[in-house]
Design a protein around this ligand. Structure first.
Ligand code: ARG
Length: 475
């Protein structure tokens, strides 16, 4: 059986075949190559380029081919070759017309765009699910106060819900980045030919519409050499995974028994092969480690495109080493992150017991003086002296006597009794976007609305059903 859509004088040596074939990766495009082939055939027929019987036979054949599960893909150079030769085996002569007015150069871009379109939709769903998991945890944890950190040093008390909602903001930006890629991705390459366009009456607007693209691409030369859509997808994945890596690191820290903020259920930790007492946060560590993979992919793609002359060059096939792995890894990453969130429990008791560092309220103390008319810079110095004094004398703020306070500033005698309550401190931070409980509750509300709105956005994204294409030829 033929292995190529072209022929040379000599058979390629096996090592050259292995070097040049993309089939091991691009067989993942089988379904999309068939879908694109159907829309292409329909367009050939509507343009009078092939007749009804030929078109009908090709489309029915392709539809049958999609379920053939004993194809030996390894025989073929790439998926486009596999589909055409397998179709020929199935329906004979008409299959030879399938590649009329089409080059693998526009075909591969089409397949990738269709594949990424589905992947993107899945990614949007998964990010949304992950956001929901963050919101659910934040929603039931409004009573938990933790030290917030800068430089990983205890800084000011915050609601843990506020901390969790910070990730929601990152993920919403990720969502919107992926979503905004859609119009650039959703342009139809078919009809560009090898590079110069076609000398057939081929309706590019029709094929674009049939496959539910927004528009045909504008320049055939750009079309067959453009991989920006994939690069953008990978960058978006990289940034998403970078956000997730930060969360992974926090869970590693939070789950350390010395911290003890969080207990991870045993399904999401692993044991040590040597130390029986240990539970290791491997899942969180791998979340932390995940972004390197996407950075590598981005590097590979950008290096491939750099300095590449127009138009199609075989270097572009390197994208197959990226697209499927990246998409799969991203889907798994998002799903596992959600799983981890749903399988961990914040240790209220331990967090509350350990929240005893009144120095977290040093800024509040300085602000108190400011509210009594003392310039912030002075109040900062005064409170710094109080802190030094407490540290030297092993005291906390609330253990200082009136006499001791007076030494630093008379105004301290006006401190309300409950001033050093962490809860009060939280609720003082009630500017928009702050950690005050009412502010956090408001953000929770806005985010729940966001969930509803984005459900509608995702549902409105285009979907193509193969069966519809089969039916169209009948009309
Ligand atoms: N396997 C090729 C790729 O992934 C398909 C396009 C081949 N085109 C060509 N002119 N040889 O890029």
């Amino acid at each position: 059986m033929a292995q190529f859509l072209w022929s040379g004088k000599e058979e390629l040596p096996d090592i050259v075949k292995e070097f040049t074939y993309s089939i091991e990766d691009d067989k993942n495009l089988f379904y999309y190559d068939i879908l694109g082939g159907m829309a292409h055939t329909l367009t050939l027929y509507r343009g009078g380029i092939i007749d009804y019987d030929e078109a009908k036979s090709i489309i029915d054949g392709l539809y049958k081919l999609k379920d053939k599960n004993d194809i030996n893909f390894s025989l073929y150079e790439d998926v486009h070759t596999a589909v055409e030769i397998e179709l020929t085996a199935l329906i004979g002569e008409p299959a030879k017309k399938l590649h009329t007015a089409r080059s693998r150069n526009d075909q591969v871009s089409l397949d990738e765009r269709l594949y990424l379109r589905d992947s993107l939709k899945e990614v949007l769903n998964l990010i949304r699910d992950l956001i929901k998991a963050f919101l659910d945890l934040a929603g039931v944890s409004l009573d938990i106060i933790v030290p917030g950190f800068t430089h990983l040093q205890p800084a000011q008390p915050v609601l843990i819900s506020h901390h969790l909602l910070a990730y929601v903001e990152m993920l919403k930006r990720d969502f919107s980045r992926f979503y905004s890629l859609f119009p650039r991705l959703n342009e139809c390459p078919l009809g560009s030919g090898a590079l110069a366009g076609l000398d057939f009456p081929y309706d590019r607007f029709l094929v674009s519409e049939v496959l539910r693209f927004d528009t045909p691409t504008n320049n055939s030369m750009d079309t067959v050499t453009d991989r920006d859509y994939l690069i953008e997808y990978i960058f978006d994945a990289l940034l998403t995974s970078t956000h997730i890596s930060r969360f992974g690191e926090e869970i590693v820290i939070w789950s350390n028994p010395l911290f003890g903020f969080v207990k991870i259920s045993s399904g999401y930790t692993t044991g040590s092969s040597m130390m029986p007492q240990k539970r290791n946060p491997d899942v969180a560590e791998l979340l932390r480690g995940s972004s390197g993979e996407f950075l590598g992919y981005l590097d590979l793609l950008l290096v491939t495109l750099k300095g590449l002359p127009l138009t199609y060059n075989r270097d572009l096939q390197m994208d197959k080493k990226v697209i499927f792995r990246a998409s799969r890894s991203l889907h798994i990453l998002l799903e596992v992150t959600r799983g981890l969130l749903e399988n961990m429990e914040l240790d209220r008791e331990k967090i509350c017991k350990n929240l005893n560092d009144e120095f977290l309220l040093a800024t509040d103390l300085a602000d108190f003086l400011v509210n009594r008319g003392i310039p912030f810079r002075d109040s900062h110095h005064i409170v710094r002296d109080v802190v030094f004094y407490c540290q030297e004398n092993k005291k906390t703020f609330s253990q200082l006597s009136e006499e001791e306070w007076r030494k630093f500033n008379e105004e301290f005698l006006n401190l309300p009794d409950d001033f050093f309550s962490f809860d009060k401190a939280i609720n003082r931070r009630d500017t928009y976007g702050g950690t005050g409980r009412s502010c956090v509750e408001y953000q929770l509300l806005l985010n729940r609305k966001w969930l509803e709105e984005t459900r509608r956005l995702i549902d409105a994204l285009p979907e193509v059903y193969m069966e519809d294409l089969v039916n169209m030829i009948g009309k």
